[in-house]
Each structure stands twice: as structure tokens, then as C-alpha cells.
Design a protein around this ligand. Sequence first.
Ligand code: 5GP
Length: 213
Amino acid sequence: MHARKKTEQGMLIVLSGPSGAGKGRVTRLLLETMPELVLSVSVTTRCPRAGEREGADYFFATPEAFDALIETDGFLEHKCVFGQNRYGTPRAFVEEQRALGKDVLLEIDVKGALDVKNRVPDAVMIFLMPPSFAVLESRLRQRGTESDADIAARLDTAREELKSAHLYDYFIINDRLEQAAEETRLAIMAARLQASRRLDVIRAIMEGEKKTC
Ligand code: 5GP
């Protein structure tokens, strides 16, 4: 009974990696080739950037509203990222979509990802990383949104985050964006084909044989 439930649920896919790894851009390309994936929109206390839309990029919340969600166990995980703003994954949405059999994608930081792994051990964990710290640094500089001190702090954090990469299922280098998105798609396809996730298919074949005997 337990196994049947597991195979009927959609997968929880966690795309994570250091700030500047290109998680957002890989996610956007991935959703073009896998439109069946449901992207979880996080709640954040940070202010919207130009062009960001409520409910599409984030749900923008006051610190009080964020606290209220914590108190009601509204988050699957939540973290303060770079000691500045808080971000959280809405629990009910993720659970509802998975219960409908949809594969849900989270694009979150490494600490939050490891919390998800503890809470949902069969989550598919994908770590995205630039080919080197030098490339990571130049990408952070190109964004032009962080000060030198912020960039140094993000590089230090990235070094710490990389130490947890072995806990993930897949490690993808984002050198060329298209290739990284394609490899992410392949990782998700591979996860979908794992025998432990296909017990319903296996059972259907077994039952089909019984009926024809
Ligand atoms: P940004 O403010 O640039 O949109 O995001 C900053 C960082 O927060 C990124 O690394 C992003 O992946 C991460 N992030 C976004 N949503 C969540 C979330 O719900 N939980 C956690 N733990 N991190 C998140």
C-alpha cells in the first residue's frame, strides 16, 4: 500500500547551487522543454526587483506575514539567505500538486535544499555549479547588483555549499546554459525511470499477465 502511494505521487525535484550558478536561467529553459513540470513559487520578504511579478516570480510578504506562515507550518523549508532576506517554499502547494501526480520543481538555496532532503528523502536533488570559482566570480560581477564585499561573501558561501554537493543525486556544470538545461532535463528523465518510482507500471504488467492466463 505504501509503495503504491509513493509511485502515484509526483516527484519533488530540487534545483540548487550557489548564487550565480544560473539556477533561474536553467529553470526557465527547462520549463520550455518540460512544460509539465510545476514550478513552486517561493514566498520572500525581499522587495520586488524591476519586472518581477507577484505570484509569478515570488509571493512578496511582510516579515509579519512570513512569521505567520512559519507559525502555521506553512513552509516545507524556509531560510534567511545571505543574512538579508527570508525565503520559503509553500508546503501546501507542493503537497497538493504532488498528490495530483505532478512533478514539482523547487529552485532554492543549498541550506534550504538540504532541509527538503531531510523532510522528503526521495526528493530528486540536482546541484548546479559553474565550471570554476573564477567563472562564478565573473558572473556575479557581470550581474552588477552586488558590492565587492557581497561578492566576496557569496564566494565564501559557495565554497561552503560545494562541500555538500556529494549529498545530491546529480551534479551539473553550468558552462553553456543550453547544455546545463539539457543535462538537467536528462537527470529528471533518469529519476522518472528509476524502478522504485515505477511500481505502478510493474504492477500493471504483472496484473495484465494474470488476466490473460
Ligand atoms: P533572489 O533574491 O536572487 O531571487 O534569490 C536569492 C537566493 O534565494 C537564490 O539562491 C534562490 O535560489 C534562493 N531562494 C529562492 N526561493 C527560495 C526558497 O523558497 N527557499 C530557499 N531556501 N531559498 C530560496
